[in-house]
Design a protein around this ligand. Structure first.
Ligand SMILES: *Cc1c(COP(=O)(O)O)cnc(C)c1O
Length: 430
């Protein structure tokens, strides 16, 4: 038998293979070269044949030029923090393509002079919330609140109800965020109750503003009271509302979820919110409110440190002006339609112990805590959960009482066939 070391091709021969060369163009040379080197090593030991080296190397390559992997969100959580919050609309994705290259983000092509960065995006946001005198966009919701606080309350106090001292996730807390940019908190009321007089008693010459934080990830029930914005707005200092969710106008399916238009109309001076929760856009932070106040924030030096990039501006514009977002589509979905889809998927998978069931979905980290969204799911054996997560795209559901539920509320219908194929594939392998 021939010595496999002699039959092993040279690295440059393998790299010259058209498919390998195409992979170098797509993924970069170091990654491809590592895969080729590993395949050649296996060839030298006789584990793979010389004719298989290219195939083995290609199979070992990462699927994408990013380590992020696409996921079908069958968790039943519409805005899933661990899955990247809001998926972008096709319009926003197309906008990203344009934004990714060289473009006129700060150039007026008509005059050849410098143009206002993000003008069209800000105009679209202003048009979406006519009650806001002025609007501005920063990197995320926390940055919006940090900018407002450091511009208005550095070395001063912010009055906030004890029941609204929220931890937003990953260990980050709103009160600590405010203190980290130089504000002193003046907590009022108790965990469950606060009155207008608590606020007015706490206000003095050091007060910069009253902050109302929407508890977007928990609910306090029972003997509770909070002060409506219409009453807070009678106080002699600005009222800033950290809305979180990014809902711009009331949503029929989320009647208790506050929205920017309603909050501003009730007398808030400024609203801060996230762009990638219920608004369904890219990660960003929205500042909406009094013209003078927003202008001040926009020009404050720290604003430059939380400035959004061209990708965000483009995706946000398309989110605001384009067709309904996937988040909006999920919230508008009807349980009966979802059940029909689940039944169709389940009947294609009867030999794999699949059935269609009604389910309860949630908005998720984006807001509306405790709200149950009626939905439907495909119920499968729980041991399929792990292999389904290994596919491309990965299918992520949730296990309830020994069954894997693939909830369809956040799955666009065009993925139904992919779910059928994914289950067939892992059930066959298993
Ligand atoms: C989500 C949220 C934030 C933080 O927004 P990010 O966009 O994640 O920075 C702040 N406040 C509230 C009430 C939130 O729900």
């Amino acid at each position: 038998m021939q010595d496999p070391r002699r039959a092993t091709p040279r690295t440059d021969q393998v790299l010259a293979d058209p498919q390998v060369a195409a992979a170098v163009t797509r993924l970069g040379r170091p990654v491809v070269k590592r895969a080729v080197t590993a395949a050649l090593e296996r060839c030298r030991t006789g584990e793979v044949d010389a004719s298989q080296v290219v195939g083995v190397a290609l199979a070992a390559l990462p699927l994408y030029p990013t380590s992020l992997r696409p996921v079908i969100n069958a968790t039943g959580v519409v805005v899933h923090t661990n899955l990247g919050r809001a998926p972008l609309s096709d319009a926003a994705r197309e906008a990203l393509q344009v934004a990714a290259g060289t473009n006129d983000v700060e150039l007026d092509l008509a005059t050849g002079r410098r143009g206002r960065r993000g003008a069209a995006t800000l105009a679209a946001l202003a048009a979406a919330v006519p009650d806001a005198g002025e609007v501005h966009v920063v990197n995320n919701g926390a940055a919006a609140l940090a900018l407002a606080t450091c511009a208005l309350a550095m070395g001063r106090t912010v009055v906030v109800a004890r029941g609204e001292l929220v931890e937003i996730g990953d260990g980050f807390r709103i009160p600590e965020l405010l203190e980290s940019v130089g504000a002193t908190l003046r907590e009022v009321g108790t965990t469950n109750r606060v009155r207008l007089s608590d606020y007015s008693d706490a206000i003095d010459e050091s007060t910069a503003f009253v902050l109302k934080v929407h508890p977007s990830n928990f609910r306090v029930e029972g003997f509770t009271s909070s002060v409506p914005i219409s009453e807070l707005s009678t106080l002699p200092v600005p009222v800033i509302v950290d809305l979180g969710s990014g809902l711009l106008a009331p949503h029929p399916r989320l009647p208790d979820e506050p929205d920017a238009a309603t909050v501003l109309r009730a007398g808030a001076s400024l609203v801060t919110a996230s762009g990638d929760k219920l608004l369904g856009g890219p990660q960003c932070g929205l500042l909406l409110g009094d013209r003078d106040l927003v202008d001040r924030l926009r020009r404050f030096p720290f604003a430059r440190a939380v400035r959004v990039d061209k990708l965000t501006l483009a995706a946000l514009e398309a989110t605001l002006t384009g067709p309904p977002t996937p988040v909006a589509a999920a919230l508008a979905s009807r349980p009966e339609d979802l059940l029909l889809r689940a039944s169709a998927i389940a009947s294609a998978l009867t030999e794999h112990d699949a059935s269609a069931v009604r389910s309860e979905a949630a908005v998720g980290g984006g807001g509306a805590p405790g709200v149950v969204l009626e939905s439907a799911a495909v119920s499968l054996p729980a041991d399929l959960a792990a292999p389904l997560r290994q596919l491309d795209p990965a299918v992520v559901g949730h296990v309830v009482r020994g069954r894997l539920l693939l909830d369809l509320i956040a799955v666009p219908a065009e993925f139904d066939e992919a779910i059928v194929e994914a289950v067939r594939r892992v059930a066959k392998d298993g």
